[in-house]
Design a protein around this ligand. Structure first.
Ligand code: FEO
Length: 387
């Protein structure tokens, strides 16, 4: 993929369009990109490598960009294998390369690689700089903006922020050139970085002090224009504030009856003037997409069948994901279905009650097997309470 950054900074990343599941859990119908950049100055610095799945193509891109020069520095902003997967190959190609990272980077690096680190490392900390000639990198620590060793780098002559996983997005660059950024960036953010909102907030505060004209993340497109839009969205997402007014109804239905109730409730909410209603089937839709919507909107209703004295497993799984991603600051309604001794509401509430600043909206609605006319007043009452 031929992407222009500037005369002296080249994109050498690769698209992965054949991966089945990113991180063995996220469907990526349009693939994903592993971004890597090279800065050609008096000294040559490489900004991260790529997943080993893309190593051969990346190596060809690198050699082409170098035009016979050698790599002086490899800046390791993130050690996760989707970026660090080709470090050993780089060291093989350029045994004299200096690896630039922080204390945590080099604590963890031997867990992944067996080449000796001695004499090969430059350990940096917050605010340290590295001069390459006319380009200077300043390192900004970003612990837990996905992993503890993460740092980002600011190049001051061209005002470029190399942002590691921050501002990343699913989607191969060659397949998503004209695609809206927010949809897959949001799904990426909440599922991968969502738990670490406080860390992202800390990084955004540091970034606010920098004059940034371009953001170069490790996944997804290079952001060159209207940067306030992306920064504002990241601020909203990382502060756990809803992005839009709306209601997600997430349902878990065994034979379809709870699904019928969920769709009916959606219809009632729309009739009553809800700004936006999204109804999602947890058993069949992409769980990561539903999690994204849970964070996107300010309200949610969970509707589920009872099962084995608890709740149907895909709902338990969904709530567990929300809990681990630090879902908070929302109003949630609860609806259960049961054919004898309904248990789903109790099980769902047990998880919901552990979440910070989540208000459970009453009434809790109980359906016995199928929707009846006699259930309608309860659905109306729940809808009214949600609006
Ligand atoms: Fe793209 Fe946290 O790795």
């Amino acid at each position: 993929m031929n992407i222009t950054i500037s005369d002296s900074i080249k994109y050498i990343g690769v698209d992965d369009t054949t991966i089945d599941l990113f991180e063995s859990q996220y469907v990526v119908p349009e693939g994903v990109s592993y971004n890597s950049y090279v800065i050609l100055d008096d000294k040559v610095a490489l900004m991260d490598t790529v997943d080993k799945r893309g190593m051969e193509e990346w190596e060809a891109n690198l050699m082409n960009a170098l035009g016979g020069r050698k790599v002086d520095y490899l800046v390791v902003q993130h050690l996760e294998p989707d970026h660090a997967g080709s470090i050993a190959r780089l060291v093989e190609l350029f045994p004299d390369v200096t690896l630039v990272g922080n204390e945590k980077t080099f604590q963890m690096m031997p867990q992944f690689f067996d080449f000796p680190l001695e004499g090969r490392t430059l350990t940096v900390k917050e605010g340290d700089t590295l001069s390459l000639g006319s380009h200077t990198l300043t390192f900004v620590m970003a612990p837990m903006v996905h992993w503890p060793e993460v740092m980002v780098s600011y190049e001051s002559s061209e005002k470029i922020l190399f942002s590691a996983d921050g501002f990343g997005k699913f989607g191969a660059l060659s397949l998503t050139e004209n695609e809206d950024w927010a949809c897959e960036a949001r799904r990426y953010y909440f599922n991968i970085v969502g738990k670490y909102g406080a860390s992202v907030q800390a990084l955004l505060k540091k970034a606010a002090g920098l004059d940034i004209s371009m953001i170069c993340p490790l996944h997804g497109p290079i952001l060159k224009e209207n940067l306030g839009y992306y920064l504002d969205l990241y601020n909203t997402w990382s502060s756990y504030e809803p992005e839009s007014k709306g209601i997600l109804i997430a349902y878990a239905s065994i034979h379809g009856n709870t699904g019928v109730v969920a769709e009916k409730l959606g219809e009632i909410l729309r009739q009553k003037g809800a700004e936006k209603v999204v109804v999602s089937d947890l058993a069949r839709e992409d769980m990561a997409e539903v999690i994204e919507d849970a964070f996107r909107y300010d309200r949610m209703i969970v509707a589920a069948a009872s099962y084995d004295g608890g709740v149907f497993p895909c709902m338990q799984d969904f709530l567990h994901h929300l809990q681990s991603k630090a879902y908070q600051n929302r109003k949630v309604g609860v609806l259960e279905n049961g054919s004898w001794g309904p248990t789903a509401a109790r099980a769902m509430k047990a998880t919901l009650e552990t979440l910070k600043n989540v208000t459970i909206v009453e009434p809790t609605v109980t359906i016995m097997s199928t929707l009846k006319d006699s259930d309608m007043p309860n659905l109306e009452a729940l809808a009214d309470a949600m609006l």
